[in-house]
Design a protein around this ligand. Structure first.
Ligand code: DI6
Ligand code: FE
Length: 401
């Protein structure tokens, strides 16, 4: 029998409608992993048998946070390259000189699964301490069959060992590994072959690629996506981060879950995303770290009704941050999201960007993923920065200890 718990004496922000969905003197009734009922305690249907009652002391409760774009599993770090960039080198220059993603690939290939799991676990815990209950983790720093498999296994293992939902994404088409120098199409063939085998091992929930002049062309990405479609795997794309390759429109033509970054997105991409129901994932951490100046066309995306998600993009090159709240804060200050949009962006819209329709709001039937905050109002989630106001986390109906 699933345990029934009543979490009461809370100010709830359900995020289920067009506003914060605030409920004073609120209660959440959970049964096993799911929410059975949400509302003001005084309106709870009579005759509920409850195994356990938990007094939340009047605290603010939101849905658990969802980080829908991370590269959490990798070896080493790139503080030295960050220093070079701060001394004037550009990201593209470093990448073309064999640094950038490739230097992390070398460090990742050298790392055992245990080492990858240990460093990934420490990073996941940092995100989880801020209320994250669902986490996407991409491969993309192995770039060989064996090393990509190792990274995806570490990600799967992390999801089994920690009280967090992990969704894995295969990002073989992240960069060209040195052994395929000058042969990008042969590498794309390999990426497609590996995909079937990794999927057969149960390691892949979705497929991503990096569409950029320093990475892969739209034609190459289309081949990766065609293989994903044949395997029944959903796709998403790093699109329009540094230039407009019309990647978002390509992704949308494959019914992509999301197109991510989007600083250089044009009107064609917005129209295609709208028509396909593809979410926009905004990554202000990378924008900040690269000291970019061109912001994504947020007003046009908003006007088109494209769902706006926000993620940490945690990676060792362009976004070494481990705070989803800071990403939400930056989405407001840099990209002009409203606080409500940014909080929806790290909950409901982020869940949607992962194709998960069972979480991201406080509603009956949803997963019982809750974050409890030492805050009065949810607009404070994007107000404070460099501070963690998360006090308790309930994942799948169970409080994390
Ligand atoms: N876009 C990014 O910002 C990261 N990957 C990508 O496709 C950068 C990854 C790195 O520099 O290690
Ligand atoms: Fe990324």
């Amino acid at each position: 029998m699933d345990t029934k718990r009543l979490w009461r004496n809370a100010r709830l922000a359900t995020l289920a409608g067009a506003d914060w969905g605030l409920i004073e003197h609120g209660a959440v009734l959970t049964e096993g992993e799911h929410i059975r009922w949400v509302g003001p305690l005084s309106a709870m249907p009579a005759g509920q048998s409850v195994d356990e009652e938990i007094d939340l002391g009047g605290a603010l409760v939101t849905p658990g946070l969802v980080d829908c774009h991370t590269h959490l599993i990798y070896g080493g770090h790139r503080a030295h390259e960050a220093e070079l960039r701060l001394n004037g080198a550009s990201y593209e220059e470093i990448a073309r000189a064999g640094g950038g993603i490739r230097s992390t690939v070398a460090a990742t290939r050298d790392a055992s699964e245990d080492v990858l799991l240990a460093s990934g676990t420490a990073r996941a815990r940092a995100l989880m301490n801020e209320g994250v209950t669902t986490l996407e983790i991409k491969s993309g720093y192995g770039l060989s069959f064996e090393a990509e498999a190792r990274c995806l296994r570490a990600a799967r293992c992390l999801g089994r060992e920690l009280p967090v939902t992990v969704r894995t994404t295969y990002l073989g088409a992240h960069a060209l590994p040195p052994e395929f120098e000058g042969r990008p199409d042969a590498y794309i063939d390999a990426v497609c072959d590996w995909m079937s085998a990794l999927h057969a091992e149960g390691l892949v929930d979705a497929v991503d690629a990096f569409c950029e002049s320093i990475a892969f062309s739209p034609a190459q990405v289309a081949r990766v996506f065609t293989t994903a479609r044949q395997l029944g795997l959903p796709v998403k794309l790093h699109a329009e981060q540094l230039s407009d390759q019309h990647g978002a429109a390509l992704a949308a033509s494959f019914g992509a879950l999301s197109a991510d970054h989007l600083e250089h997105l044009g009107d064609d991409g917005i129209a295609a995303m709208r028509a396909a129901g593809t979410a926009a994932v905004l990554l202000p951490g990378a924008f900040y770290m690269l000291r970019e100046t061109k912001v994504p066309p947020v007003a046009a995306l908003r006007a088109a009704g494209v769902p706006l998600a926000v993620a940490s993009d945690h990676n060792p090159g362009t976004s070494p941050g481990l705070s989803l709240l800071l990403a939400a804060h930056m989405a407001c200050t840099f990209f002009r999201l409203t606080p409500l949009e940014a909080v929806v962006g790290i909950t409901r819209a982020a869940a949607r960007a992962l194709g998960l329709h069972d979480r991201g709001t406080l509603q009956a039937g949803r997963r019982a993923d809750l974050a409890v905050w030492a805050l009065e109002h949810p607009n404070e989630l994007t107000y404070w920065f460099g501070h963690n106001p998360c006090r308790r986390v309930i994942a799948g109906g169970v409080e994390r200890t």
